[in-house]
Design a protein around this ligand. Sequence first.
Ligand SMILES: C[S@@+](CC[C@H](N)C(=O)[O-])C[C@H]1O[C@@H](n2cnc3c(N)ncnc32)[C@H](O)[C@@H]1O
Length: 255
Amino acid sequence: MDIRAYNRDAWNRYVDGGKSLWTQPVSPETIARARTGDFSILLTEQKPVPHEWFPPLSGLDTLCLACGGGQQGPVLAATGANVTVFDNSPRQLDQDRLVAEREGLANLKTVEGDMRDLSVFADDSFDFIFHPVSNLFIPDVRPVWRDAFRVLRHGGTLLAGFMNPVFYMFDLEKADNGILEVKYKLPHADSDHPEIVKKLLATGDALEHSHSLTDQLSGQMDAGFHITGLYEDYHGTSAVSEYTPTYIATRAIKH
Ligand SMILES: C[S@@+](CC[C@H](N)C(=O)[O-])C[C@H]1O[C@@H](n2cnc3c(N)ncnc32)[C@H](O)[C@@H]1O
């Protein structure tokens, strides 16, 4: 199965369906506030990124990695950063261009591609990478950390959000209905389970993968990053959140 192509279509459908939280462009009021330095953006689902995690943003060459949808990219551009939003879904990138055009944000551009292959960018192209929860949509995460390290300048910052893999041990459809049943061994890939693939093909939803904490955390460190901060966050509706945080956010520096 071509997971990248399938998930590109799935995210295009989420935009056209208009219901996914992660495809909703930010409002003119949010951009107006961000222009004054008053902003709040998410790496995970609910907890805003602490302000002390951000480098000074004005004029900062910033890569919003797998981060389309007209949200974090336009907000960071409104604070004065030079933003490139990189994403696999052309419709998600349309949302960023929509906000940029509506708000006159000439310092935002979009590039379509796979987060595991940043070869379109030269070494040392960015000062800051903002990578919200999205690597669940690819089977292998270490290439993301390696290429993020390559395109970041010395002293640059990588902020990343990702799933706690324990989430994927459960039957997630039941967990959405308040029932917790441990069902899958980790690492988990939806595409390995015909019953899940059948359901996703019927609903058109994206295919997901768990990644070990070794690949998420040591993966960053093995790429050369120093992790300097970490927090956890909760899924808003899944029963899994009654027992454990489901998301992790990290701050890492290229020294
Ligand atoms: C949950 S959304 C994250 C963006 C959103 N603005 C947010 O607030 O978190 C996940 C994004 O990952 C993107 N994506 C999925 N697979 C990708 C891939 N292989 N390379 C780049 N982006 C990908 C999707 O198109 C989608 O825009």
